[in-house]
Design a binder for this molecule. Structure first.
Ligand code: ASP
Length: 373
């Protein structure tokens, strides 16, 4: 986008603010929604099954980074969003639904919330608009779907699932992905939908200081990688993983991170584990992080925790690759290592006990329980 287009968007945004429609993250999304079909929701409310009593676990993240720099009310809002997403996933798993459905449903809630760096809350590129990436993978079949650099799709995770289920491909990007979305009747949105006053101010501040050199080899430090991800094992023992993101703030237009790259930021295989990552994606791509963790589990028979720690706390740290992951294996063992300031993360199991934690050591873990209805 040329600078004039940036200002055009700024003008649109300013007009929206003065009209009182865009200053609140709680503004109605419907105004920006062109099409409102929701096949994923229909899938997510599938009929109960007799397997509901068996073990299941869902693990969630809302990004890694310097949460101390985030206003406390926004930390609280994101935490509440994760809880809501976990409840949705829990209910699907509790009635015997698949991990794939639970992952998609939980991520849709986070995409719609505006409180995470995904969907409606996606961060801005240098062009001043979000470009969204997402992927989902079925650990039972190794089927996978991904989209990258989409700008008008309300729920990229559901489009990724459609790529998986309705095309012969694994990943669609940009214009082609959006044409496919329209052909499927999925909800499309205008740039208004992504307007967020705080993010817009951050963007303008960044543009104003843009004489500073930005090395593409060392992306922005000290930001919150508020990407979202979910991994789950369902009552049938099947794994799934999904990740959705706006990527790195002020990234170059066209830049694609690890989240939609199968094996880098997202991976699931019933033979080993399911992983979703968050952090500086370039390192995750170079190190094939998600697949590497699962390969260590599968071929060297180390525990999930050891494999995840080795990759996140040693390999990535040695390269100054900031980030974290969530992971689960078919037995319901989990790992949630991160090597930066904090990672917003949560766990819910079949006993309905739920935790949402931001910092590791300050006791700020919320414990609650989910009602199955
Ligand atoms: N991993 C994401 C990316 O590099 C960013 C994030 O985790 O927030 O695109």
């Amino acid at each position: 986008m040329k600078i004039s287009q940036v200002f055009l968007l700024a003008g649109i945004a300013a007009a929206a603010v003065s009209a009182g429609v865009a200053s609140s993250p709680a503004r109605p999304a419907a105004a920006a929604t062109i099409v409102a079909a929701s096949p994923a929701r229909a899938r997510a409310t599938a009929a109960p099954s007799a397997q509901a009593a068996r073990h299941f676990t869902l693990v969630i993240h809302g990004g890694e980074g310097n949460f101390h720099a985030m206003p406390p009310d926004e930390v609280a809002a994101e935490r509440a969003t994760l809880k809501e997403a976990m409840e949705a996933g829990y209910r699907i798993l509790h009635r015997g639904g698949s991990s794939l459905d639970a992952v998609e449903a939980a991520i849709r809630i986070m995409e719609d919330s505006g409180h995470t760096n995904s969907g409606r809350g996606g961060v801005y590129t240098r062009d001043g608009i979000p470009e969204l990436d997402a992927a989902i993978m079925d650990g039972r079949t190794l089927a996978a779907g991904a989209v990258a650099s989409v700008k008008h799709v309300k729920n990229p995770i559901s489009l990724a699932r459609m790529v998986m289920e309705k095309t012969p491909h694994v990943m669609l990007v940009g214009d082609g992905a959006e044409r496919f979305a329209q052909s499927q009747g999925v909800p499309m949105v205008t740039p208004f939908y992504f307007f967020n006053e705080r993010r817009w101010k951050e963007y303008q501040t960044k543009v104003a200081g843009e004489s500073i050199k930005q090395s593409s080899a060392s992306p922005l430090a000290d930001e919150i990688h508020g990407t979202v991800g979910v991994v789950a094992v369902d009552a049938a023992g099947n794994l799934a993983a999904g990740t959705s993101t706006g990527g790195l703030f002020y990234k170059m237009p066209g830049r694609v991170g690890d989240s939609p790259i199968i094996g880098a930021g997202t991976y699931a295989n019933n033979q080993s584990c399911a992983v979703s990552g968050t952090g500086v994606g370039e390192f995750y791509i170079r190190n094939n992080v998600a697949a590497d963790i699962c390969a260590r589990v599968r071929y060297t028979h180390v525990s999930l925790a050891d494999a995840a720690n080795e990759v996140v706390m040693k390999e990535l740290v040695a390269q100054h690759g900031e980030g974290g992951i969530i992971a689960i294996d078919p037995q319901g063992n989990i790992a949630m290592p991160y090597n930066g300031d904090a990672m917003m993360r949560g766990v819910v199991r079949e006993d309905s006990k739920m935790t949402v934690t931001v910092w590791a050591r300050d006791g700020s873990s919320d414990v609650g329980s989910v009602s199955p209805n």
